[in-house]
Design a protein around this ligand. Structure first.
Ligand code: ASP
Ligand code: MG
Length: 406
């Protein structure tokens, strides 16, 4: 007899955007249950509910009462978990909704960006044993202050992986409105293809640069706990993308291309070249919780001055400019040039570890199309370049072709 599996299935907001879609999702669950498998369902809030709740909060409150905010933000998942349980019952699946505190999912007190500390598996195990399909509200937990805390936007992917890990599930399926992870965003590259499998590291790099299918934290959690993770369609019966540890079969160099348009570049001109300056600049940015991504420094030919260019998230630009202005006179920076018209493109692939020519191909391809590169950064399996935003589409398409991804 075939082994009965325990499967965690998460449905995102777009997959639950209408009652019809909720019914479709319920049928996907039913299909697994009919095979004799046990399923735990995790839901995100319906459609854009969380955004709408956030805009209500913005209208009423200038004081940041993070505990009340979390109580409001988490309510979207209360509705969707109940609706999903009803949809399942309608098709004769014995389901029951759970909020984070009813399991409980224990979180710390960093409201709005809480960490999951532990999950009690007893309640869920008992329900599953009784033949019940639990439907869990994602994105939320309970702190030791007995308040609801949310775990950060997009957090229900992490809820799903954490539950799969705690209950040693055979698989964690993240259902979304696309067929899987693509070689590039199909809205930008017509010939983009679905990728059959990726390593955790590749997925992590892709998710942190801009592939929106998975929340990056969920990928690291899956990697650390060896959870077999899948990205699957919530409407079509296609195979999806498997994310796991080792891929031996393929000799490909680059697996995918991702981009981000949410970065800004700041150039500091004419900084006295002496020890401690970089520490001062980046230290003061770090103090304000501003993450710096790419950095490049040039020294003038007389060795007295340097220019420093770095990128930050566009959302931090205002804060960063203020921060730099505060230290500008002290350090004697001659000029500060912010630039919003940039985009970052990254090529990702485990093949880079062994193939040295990949970077060269990237620079050549961009050069031939007269696309100027502002900044470069590399990791073991990723090369990122910063270019002008208006060249973004051209650049992604040429790179997609360069690496034979079509
Ligand atoms: N509903 C939450 C959000 O929109 C959590 C999630 O979608 O995963 O961020
Ligand atoms: Mg989501």
């Amino acid at each position: 007899m075939r082994k009965k599996l325990l499967i965690v299935k998460k449905f995102g907001g777009t997959s639950l955007a209408t009652i019809d879609k909720i019914k479709k999702a319920a049928n996907i669950v039913k299909k697994e249950v009919s095979l004799g498998n046990k399923v735990i369902v995790i839901v995100s809030a319906i459609g854009k509910t969380t955004d709408k709740l956030q805009s209500l909060i913005n209208k009423i409150s200038l004081n940041n009462d993070e505990k009340e905010i979390d109580s409001i933000l988490s309510s979207g998942e209360q509705a969707s978990s109940g609706l999903m349980a009803l949809a399942l019952k309608n098709i004769k699946i014995n389901a029951r909704s759970f909020l984070g505190w009813q399991i409980p999912i224990f979180t710390n007190t960093s409201y709005g960006k809480a960490k999951i500390l532990d999950i009690n598996s007893e309640v869920l195990k008992k329900e599953i044993k009784k033949g019940i399909t639990p439907v869990i509200a994602g994105f939320q937990g309970i702190s030791n202050e007995f308040r609801i805390s949310t775990i950060g936007r997009g957090g229900s992917d992490t809820t799903a992986v954490a539950i799969a890990s705690k209950l040693s599930a055979d698989r964690c399926d993240i259902h979304t409105d696309v067929d899987g992870v693509f070689t590039a965003d199909p809205r930008w590259v017509k010939k983009a293809k679905k990728i059959d499998q990726l390593t955790y590291d590749e997925m992590l790099e892709m998710a942190s640069v801009g592939a929106q299918v998975l929340e990056p934290r969920s990928v690291s959690l899956a990697k650390n706990n060896n959870v077999a993770l899948w990205v699957k369609s919530s409407s079509k019966n296609v195979k999806g993308t498997k994310i796991h540890n080792s891929i031996k079969i393929e000799k490909r160099n680059v697996s995918g291309i991702v981009f981000s348009k949410n970065d800004s570049k700041i150039t500091l001109l004419g900084i006295p070249d002496k020890p401690g300056v970089a520490a001062k600049i980046f230290g003061s940015l770090a103090d304000k919780d501003i993450n710096v991504d790419m950095i490049v420094q040039n020294i003038s030919s007389d060795g007295k001055y340097s220019d420093l260019t770095f990128t930050i998230s566009e959302a931090d630009l205002f804060k960063a400019k203020k921060c730099i202005n505060q230290i500008k006179n002290e350090i004697k920076i001659k000029n500060v040039l912010p630039d919003n018209n940039v985009a970052k493109i990254s090529i990702v692939g485990i093949g880079m570890r062994t193939n040295a020519g990949i970077a060269e191909d990237m620079f050549k391809a961009l050069g031939q199309k007269k696309i100027n590169i502002d900044l470069i950064s590399t990791s073991e399996i990723k090369i990122s370049v910063l270019i002008s935003r208006r060249n973004l589409k051209k650049a992604i398409n040429i790179l997609h072709k360069t690496y034979d991804l079509e």
